[in-house]
Write a protein that binds this ligand. Structure first.
Ligand code: UD1
Length: 342
């Protein structure tokens, strides 16, 4: 589209990134993806094209490489940036912390510095509810105190938020929105794009769908002795398209703010769901029988956390629209589509 505002989307071929690219295109933006496909697959581009009718622009670049990134900033005038590109595996971050610090922090520094150098003001950052650690309450507001991170991955999200906050304190012209994601699940309704975990998934829902399709033998529920109604952990599962749309509302909000703005917003549904409820709801919507068992707790898991989504609605005018059933149905449709392709 002529005159569509350019938005730089780092990590735009990833799970949340690709769904956000679809939303951006459908809302009249021109996303420019930067992704080196280390944790994503090129077929996602075909899926995006199938949904939107247009092949997205992609630059195969590592965001940690500042000179390559500068050449992209030289080619476009960006109205804003959505910075997704980062590692996110909690367990791996404990094994290889430096890999996480270098990748997640240097890439952010490059984005901040280049945005300042090129006058790109609107900055959406992918943060995580992991910054709340084990919260004192179960429902977390943006004002809920941040707790010590339980993994280097969590540390990188806390340090990243701090880095952006310090940039604002130093009178940067940036307008920053940190979206603290809860647990994104599901896939685009069309099953043209979805989650593509590398190797054995560590997240619950891809583990569930891969078990149901027969790729994995059995799902283990990590603990049934938590202080929750059914003993399993509680999380706030959000449909990835709802989360994608939060970025569009966030960008629009940012463009109306004064320079030198810093804002944190939770991106969740406000509903807590247990692991056992995920299993039962999945079996209902898929008509599939899941092979599962109870195992020990997983180290580092918080027992329960979900979002207070009020600020997102009051400030950005955004709230989730899709149900847990739809999320699990879309995740299942996507898994079946992958199985048919193989
Ligand atoms: C965590 C982080 C989140 C991060 C995400 C990235 C927290 C609170 N959240 O999400 O910020 O972005 O990892 O991967 O730190 N479960 C099982 N069996 C399984 C897999 C998971 O029972 O095989 C359970 C877990 O114990 C947990 C729930 O399912 O209660 C969700 O787990 P998961 O999908 O891994 O996400 P989080 O750990 O909540």
């Amino acid at each position: 589209m002529e005159n569509a505002p350019n938005i730089l989307v780092t990590g735009g071929a990833g799970f949340i990134g690709s769904h956000t690219v679809v939303s951006l295109m459908q809302q009249g933006y021109n996303p420019v993806i930067v992704d080196d496909f280390r944790n994503s697959e090129k077929r996602v581009l075909k899926g995006i094209e199938k949904i939107t009718g247009k092949r997205p622009i992609v630059h195969e670049v590592d965001v940690v490489n500042k000179e390559s990134m500068r050449s992209i900033f030289e080619q476009y005038t960006f109205e804003g940036i959505i910075h997704f590109a980062a590692y996110k595996a909690v367990g791996e971050s404990v094994q290889e912390p430096l890999k996480y610090y270098r990748n997640n922090l240097v890439s952010l520094m490059n984005c901040i510095e280049l945005c300042e150098e090129f006058g790109v003001k609107n900055f959406v950052f992918s943060s995580s509810c992991t910054v709340y650690g084990e919260p004192d309450g179960i429902v977390v507001k943006e004002t809920t105190p941040v707790k010590p991170a339980s993994s280097p991955y969590g540390q990188t999200k806390q340090i990243s938020e701090q880095m952006l906050k310090d940039a604002i304190a130093s009178k940067s012209d940036l307008r920053v929105l940190c979206l603290r994601y809860f647990n994104p699940i599901g896939a685009h309704e069309s099953s043209s794009i979805g989650e593509l975990p590398l190797g054995i998934p560590s997240n619950l829902v891809p583990y569930v769908t891969q078990t149901a399709i027969g790729k994995l033998p059995q799902l283990t529920v990590f603990g049934d002795d938590y202080d929750t109604p059914d003993g399993s952990c509680i999380r706030d599962y959000i449909h990835v398209m709802d989360l994608a749309e939060a970025h569009i509302f966030g960008l629009r909000w940012l463009t109306h703010q004064d320079d030198n703005t810093y804002q944190i917003v939770n991106a969740g549904t406000g509903v807590g769901v247990s692991v056992l409820e995920i299993i039962h709801t999945f079996e209902k919507v898929s008509n599939a029988k899941l092979n599962w068992t109870i195992g020990p707790r997983r180290e580092g898991d918080v027992s329960q956390i979900y979002a207070d989504p009020k600020l997102a609605e009051d400030l950005l005018g955004w709230k989730t629209k899709r149900s847990l059933e739809e999320s699990l149905r879309d995740a299942w449709n996507w898994e079946q589509k992958l199985a048919n392709e193989e």
